[in-house]
Design a protein around this ligand. Structure first.
Ligand code: WTA
Length: 635
């Protein structure tokens, strides 16, 4: 035994080399020793990136909830599995033990069955960060239904698109949600969405804010009475290794969001193994990831990874600024958090408030500080290191994606020496490659290029729901035999990786991936808008913010531009959600276009960044004169 828990740097290199030399043998050992299988596999891995077709642990049978819950009951039945910290600090936290989780997941699974949900059916989960969300996810997995969690900040239109794309037959939601001092009418949003979702047969509603909502007879049911009368016993459905476990939507640079499909066995093995090592989780630790389960970080590192390791995982319903900007630190002190995992945008927002609110609390329980979602800038890194970690807790800057299912490039705390702004070394089993503009791999150190992965890893997404061709084109067509991440990266003199950012039209705003195309589509819905182009520009707290260039149909109409700006952002909020609102909107007479009619975003990006000294060659433009005009009016 065992390469399951890596404890020093030499061991990392040794295990890494082994995992690369013979990945099948390596992953087979991990899978064999640390999980509960109903049946073992016939074949560890088969793969062909040209199709692409990847299968891990084929022939194996399992249920992921038996690995996340049942197998812990004899040793950890009374240990807290989920520690729920409510939005309101005066409301009591809830400790849900593994025994209780087992009962509640089974009851929930039985309720789903009573509503005719079967193996392979898709269930949309649109819930705030309350225990029912994690329980719903696990209940789906218990019966082999495929969950599709939609972040509860998305609008009705965005929700409807996602429900229809994967043809969900049931929606789980709540009467409403708390968000700091505000409440949000989630059920109202669901009702609006469902006007466009003929396939949805039932809606189960959790009670959270006790608001007056309308319930549609024959379609909508309160969850609680159903749970109360449901049996606490539910046999786990025996799933095949490659059966889809869930769908999770992520933005693409063009078109509709992509429903990334994750497998059961490979995803489980990788989520669990990365969790154990990347957070160096020990038995009595209290681990807290501040993400929402609506994102991949929450799937892998609030629910599946921690529970597969029998960990205590915190679910936080609130926001970092409520009741004040000391909330995170108050929670760390209160629950004696050992591992704290958050996003650079939160760190920047908190840093802006100064150190008083950090120093007010006892943070001495912390051992590991994580960062995820976007590059962490040097200033934020040092603030986090100095004031939260007191220079004692290593910062693990974890790079990964919805598509990768688990962490891919990261330091291992107390193992890998860290370096500000560097995600450092590939995780065990991960073979990164940097590619130049001519699609050649850049060998050696001190190089910069596009980041690809050369070999399959167990948690990689298998397809895009309903559109395998798009999966192939997006990720496997740019470079032969490689998975292309869409990110740029550099490798320094010792082989450490630093992620430099997206190289496509995905913009990461406050850690959320946003594709420009759907936002432009929303803007263009405004009756006064003829055309629009959206680019990102640097923002102190959000990392990037959105800059919209908008051509109006009739500028002579005399409408106030300020009103138009408000209306445009209102439309974006309705179509996507408030996270996609534009920070700046510049009205312009034209957009720089190539002769084939393509908008030259490169130029617009530079202008938005106020970096107009070198705009490159503009002579190939159809309308070079608009460039100066835009520069003259830049906001
Ligand atoms: C970016 C989030 C730099 C990156 C888990 C990636 C990062 C995209 C980091 C995926 C990091 C994530 N440093 N950039 N540590 N982590 N990213 O799908 O551009 O929401 O491609 O998954 O976020 O975002 P997603």
């Amino acid at each position: 035994m065992s390469n399951y828990h890596i404890k020093h740097l030499e061991e990392y290199y040794q295990v890494y080399r082994k995992s690369i030399r013979n990945p099948e043998v390596f992953w087979e050992e991990i899978a064999e020793e640390h999980f509960m299988w109903r049946k073992k596999w016939n074949n560890v891995l088969s793969w062909d990136f040209s199709k692409p077709d990847v299968k891990w642990f084929e022939g194996a049978q399992l249920n992921i909830t038996e690995n996340c819950i049942d197998r812990h009951l004899s040793t950890r039945g009374n240990k807290t599995a989920i520690l729920f910290e409510p939005n309101n600090p005066n409301e009591a936290a809830q400790h849900i033990t593994y025994n209780q989780l087992h009962e509640r997941v089974n009851q929930f699974a039985n309720v789903l069955k009573s509503k005719a949900v079967k193996r392979g059916d898709r269930v949309c989960i649109y819930l705030p960060m309350i225990p029912e969300l994690a329980i719903a996810v696990l209940a789906c997995a218990r019966i082999g239904a495929i969950h599709s969690v939609v972040f509860a900040g998305f609008s009705a239109t965005a929700l409807a698109t996602r429900i229809n794309d994967s043809d969900c037959k049931l929606v789980l939601t709540s009467d409403g949600s708390y968000r700091g001092a505000k409440t949000i009418d989630l059920k109202g949003i669901v009702d609006e969405a469902l006007e466009h979702c003929p396939g949805v047969q039932a809606v189960l509603v959790a009670k959270r804010i006790d608001s007056q909502i309308s319930m549609k007879t024959g379609r909508d049911y309160w969850l609680e009475p159903l749970l109360n009368k449901a049996s606490k016993v539910c046999e786990a459905e025996v799933m095949n290794a490659e059966d889809p476990l869930f769908i999770l939507y992520t933005s693409g640079s063009t078109g509709q969001p992509k429903g990334m499909v994750h497998s059961t066995a490979g995803y489980m093995v990788y989520a669990a193994y990365t969790f154990k090592n990347v957070f160096q989780y020990r038995e009595n630790d209290v681990y807290w990831c501040t993400a929402d389960i609506g994102w991949i970080t929450g799937h892998s590192y609030i629910v599946y990874g921690p529970l597969a390791n029998g960990a205590t995982t915190v679910m936080f319903e609130g926001v970092p600024s409520y009741p004040d900007f000391g909330r995170f630190w108050e929670v760390v002190e209160k629950h004696k958090i050992t591992q704290f995992y958050t996003a650079p945008t939160a760190i920047r927002a908190l840093a802006k408030q100064g150190v008083d609110l950090v120093e007010k609390y006892d943070l001495s329980s912390l051992k590991v500080l994580g960062s995820v979602g976007e590059p962490i800038n040097e200033e934020a890194w040092h603030w986090y290191n100095d004031n939260v970690g007191k220079k004692k807790s290593p910062i693990i800057d974890t790079w990964w994606q919805t598509e990768t299912g688990g962490i891919m490039i990261t330091p291992i705390p107390y193992v890998t020496p860290t370096k500000p702004t560097y995600a450092t070394l590939p995780f065990i089993g991960i073979q990164p490659a940097l590619m130049d503009d001519n699609a050649n791999e850049l060998k050696g150190n001190q190089v910069e290029g596009r980041l690809c992965i050369k070999y399959p890893w167990p948690a990689m997404a298998r397809t895009i729901w309903g559109n395998h061709e798009r999966y192939k084109n997006t990720y496997f067509s740019a470079y032969k035999n490689m998975y292309f991440t869409g990110d740029g990266a550099l490798r320094d003199e010792v082989g450490y990786y630093r992620i430099t950012g997206r190289v496509d039209d995905v913009i990461i705003v406050s850690g959320h991936n946003l594709g420009t195309a759907p936002i432009e589509d929303a803007v263009n819905e405004h009756p006064a808008v003829a055309e629009s182009a959206i680019v990102g520009f640097p923002h102190d707290i959000k990392g990037n913010a959105l800059y919209g260039y908008v051509i109006l149909k009739d500028t002579g109409e005399g409408r106030r531009h300020d009103n138009l700006r408000k209306e445009i952002n209102q439309i974006i909020t309705e179509h996507i959600g408030p996270i996609a609102k534009l920070d700046k909107i510049q009205f312009t007479g034209g957009l720089p276009k190539t002769r084939s009619g393509k908008i030259m975003r490169r130029i617009l990006r530079k202008i938005a960044c106020k970096d107009t000294s070198n705009l490159g060659d503009t002579s190939t433009l159809l309308n070079p004169e608009v460039v100066q005009d835009i520069i003259n009016n830049v906001l």
